[in-house]
Write a protein that binds this ligand. Structure first.
Ligand code: PMP
Length: 455
């Protein structure tokens, strides 16, 4: 077994090009080969087990491996394997999933456009925003405002919508339709003595000023994850979204909520929009929609946008947009079964019952000498590692604090998601209270070990 895997590692190093990886190093070191899953754990080629505290890429809501979902996939693959949704065609699996998703969508967002990935969903929503304003007779509204350190995808346009600075370099010049406001990073972006509520007001004012400076007649939409995920896990400070929403309402600007991470219970409600009182015009979701067992995403479309789509389709003869694999029947059947499992396990009730232990797990790390900031809600959270708790000074790069944490955590059988100095957890939603306790024991042990190492 091990020999076979190490052959595979050599093949991987020789041929597989990996995203978000130092490619030259990979040629030498090869992959971290994961060969099996079991509940919230994954198992590597040497047989070592890890708690997957990041649910893969914030997505494996039901953990790893499922006979039940495998049976569903097998049946649909055997029966038909593929059909499309173009030119009015459909399959029962598309109809069922769309209806199920429409039923759990926030009120008024029950039109479902199925896609394949989170990036596709965001890219599609962007086109719908521009189409909406054209239909309203305001085609000059093309600019989209997102936040620094937001993450909305990796396509040519979605990587521009994404507010992470490293997404804006290395691939030639950007596009001129995107603007970024300050992200709700209270720990570092609040002024001395500023309360959360004051900080939220200031960020809403910044947005208002940007809209005025650009000209409200040029602004199409505001884009936000309810909790920023891959940019560093920033839970919104008190009053943030209602204040932002009020500014958008003033100018009639659309609000698109990127719930690719937050959807399906991650923040303690079905949608992050419900946790934070957001009234979006569209929601993009993916990841937990299919528990990541197969690629699938969706755009949930609100009434005013759908009305514009009808008008545009009248004007141009059809809605000229779609992907070959959008609404893939095997993915749809699996996702519909995933939604049934969520009902059976009472997903939201379960997350709410685990949330106190999870949030308390993070809060209990607040007094650790390495920990500066703590952010947590539902089943998503992080710490920020600092060199000095009082001054919030960061560790010097040569300390390699995050790499040290990662190595020590892996040694202890814990996979976390590390974003700069922020060490995130977003475990599978099926996690139990006992598993949460074990996860935080390993997290704290890791912090202790790293503190000792650098002392
Ligand atoms: N939006 C958010 C909030 C995400 O976290 C991600 C993926 N991490 C995406 C969009 C892009 O999804 P995908 O990788 O499926 O294209």
């Amino acid at each position: 077994m091990n020999e076979r895997i190490s052959d595979k590692a050599a093949l991987d190093a020789a041929h597989a090009v990996h995203p978000h990886t130092n490619l030259r190093r990979h040629l030498q070191s090869g992959p971290n080969m994961i060969v099996k899953g079991d509940g919230i754990e994954v198992i590597d080629a040497q047989g070592k087990r890890y708690i997957e505290g990041a649910a893969g890429l914030w997505c494996a809501a039901l953990g790893f491996g499922s006979e039940r979902l495998g049976e569903v996939a097998k049946q649909v693959m055997t029966e038909i394997g593929y059909y499309h949704t173009f030119r009015g065609a459909s399959t029962p699996w598309v109809s069922d999933l769309s209806a199920k998703l429409g039923a759990i969508a926030p009120k008024g967002l029950d039109k479902v456009l199925l896609q394949t990935s989170g990036s596709e969903a965001n890219d599609t929503a962007m086109k719908l925003v521009w189409s909406f304003w054209e239909a309203q007779g305001e085609p000059s509204r093309v600019k989209i405002i997102s936040r620094h350190n937001s993450y909305h995808g990796t396509g040519a346009l979605t990587s521009q919508l994404t507010g992470k600075a490293n997404f804006h370099v290395g691939f030639g010049p950007g596009f001129d339709r995107f603007r970024y406001v300050t992200e709700p990073y209270y720990y570092r972006k609040a002024l001395e003595g500023e309360t959360e509520a004051q900080f939220s007001s200031r960020l809403a004012q910044e947005l208002d000023e940007m809209i005025q400076a650009e000209g409200p007649e040029t602004i199409a939409a505001f884009w936000a994850e309810p909790v920023i995920g891959s940019g560093g896990v920033f839970t919104p400070p008190e009053g943030y979204f209602p204040k932002i929403q009020a500014v958008l309402d003033k100018y009639g600007i659309l609000f698109v909520a990127d719930e690719v991470i937050c959807g399906f219970g991650r923040t303690g409600e079905m949608w992050g929009c419900q946790t934070y009182g957001i009234r979006p015009d569209m929601i993009c979701c993916a990841k937990s929609l299919s528990a990541a067992m197969l690629p699938l995403s969706a755009v949930l479309i609100g009434e005013r946008v759908f009305e514009a789509m009808l008008n545009q389709s009248d004007k141009y003869g059809s809605f000229a947009h779609g992907y070959t694999y959008g609404g893939h029947p095997v993915s749809c059947a699996v996702a519909a079964e995933v939604l049934t499992i969520y009902e059976e396990m009472d997903l939201i009730g379960h997350v709410k019952s685990i949330e106190p232990a999870f949030v308390q797990g993070f809060e209990s790390l607040r007094d650790h000498p390495l920990v500066g900031d703590v952010n947590a809600v539902g089943l998503i959270g992080c710490t920020e590692l600092v060199a000095d708790k009082q001054t919030k000074a960061k560790h010097a790069p040569e300390v390699q604090i995050t790499a040290r944490f990662e190595a020590a955590a892996l040694e202890r059988g814990l996979i976390t998601r590390n974003i700069g100095n922020r060490i995130a957890l977003s475990p599978p939603q099926i996690i139990t209270a006992a598993e949460v306790e074990e996860m935080f024991t390993r997290y704290r042990d890791t912090l202790d070990a790293v503190a000792k190492e650098i002392a």
